[in-house]
Design a protein around this ligand. Structure first.
Ligand code: SF4
Ligand code: SF4
Ligand code: FES
Length: 287
């Protein structure tokens, strides 16, 4: 009879988790990926064969490649570098070109893009931002352009400010939709007026982009944020402002959050016209 106080020896030889092998029935798809080791390097294509389960997305395939960095030709390579954080289409980090169209890779389901065994999906980095490596780009200019229009409510300080101004639910609902922007850059990648500007010195004169125009509109409409409205409209009437928009409307089609960007652009366009007239006549009045 065994002693009840004796703990039986753990029969498991090792606690190091092995990478789970894909089930034998998993179908396989191909990922053709544009790769580049550094910003100055030359680009190349690599193809991978990846087993996929129902519900797999592009990020889960890239994670599988990270643990199996071997191309279809059997060459050992490096894991593919990409950006991602939330994995639920909230952070905006994972934008890339998938079969030539910009979108979030975390919400891109393999079952929709490659429904059959052996189907191929092509991945490339966004082209309107400087490349860091492989599928990862530097979106600093996107955030810089938000700072150009002071896309925030100026309430610095640790003291209690009391309740803000009252607002109507209808007005709040309009702003709520605009506030869903996740700074993903899809609207900029799709925009024919927004181009790669490698020199930072050119950023303040190049087209600011639909995201910044829409965020300026959001904060101009905010009961407290509106105190900076004139400063924002000053920027948006200058070179690179709202009049540089060619009205191609690619941005609104590309936005994963379905933000009504063209409505924001039209509203800001009207505001800048009124603003310019006010500036003109107030300048004349002070002559
Ligand atoms: S409507 Fe303006 S911001 Fe949108 S894609 Fe066209 S040019 Fe770019
Ligand atoms: S407006 Fe839409 S596409 Fe543009 S950065 Fe925001 S969420 Fe992305
Ligand atoms: S990982 Fe955050 S939006 Fe895709």
């Amino acid at each position: 009879m065994s002693d009840p106080d004796t703990v039986p020896a753990d029969p498991t030889p090792s606690r190091t988790p092995a990478t789970p092998a894909p089930p034998a029935h998993a179908r396989r798809i191909r990922l053709k990926i544009r790769r580049q080791d550094d910003p100055q390097g030359s680009a190349r294509w690599e193809e991978f064969e990846v087993p996929v389960e129902p519900g797999a997305n592009i990020i889960s395939c890239l994670q599988w490649i990270a643990t199996h960095p071997t191309t279809r030709d059997g060459e050992t390579t490096t894991p593919v570098v990409f950006d991602a954080c939330c994995l639920e289409e909230v952070c905006g980090a994972c934008s890339m070109l998938i079969n030539g169209t910009v979108r979030q890779s975390c919400s891109c389901l393999i079952d929709e893009y490659a429904p059959h065994d052996g189907d191929t999906i092509v991945l490339e980095p966004m082209s309107k931002f400087p490349l860091v490596r492989d599928l990862m780009v530097d979106r600093e200019r996107l955030f810089h352009n938000l700072s150009r229009v002071q896309a925030w409510v100026p309430i610095d300080g640790t003291y209690h400010l009391g309740p803000g101004p009252a607002d109507t639910p209808k007005h709040q609902r309009i702003r709520y939709k605009l506030s869903e922007c996740m700074s993903c850059g899809c609207c900029l990648e799709a925009c024919p007026q927004f181009n790669l500007e490698p020199a930072k010195g050119d950023w303040d004169h190049a087209f600011i982009g639909a995201h910044a125009i829409s965020q300026a509109h959001l904060f101009n409409e905010h009961p407290t944020g509106g105190v900076l409205k004139d400063d924002r409209l000053d920027v948006l009437t200058q070179r690179g402002g709202v009049s540089d928009c060619g009205n191609a409307q690619n941005c609104v089609k590309a936005c994963p959050k379905e933000i009504p960007l063209t409505e924001s652009i039209a509203a800001v366009g009207r505001s800048t016209t009124v603003h310019s007239l006010k500036r003109f006549f107030s300048g004349r009045a002070s002559d």
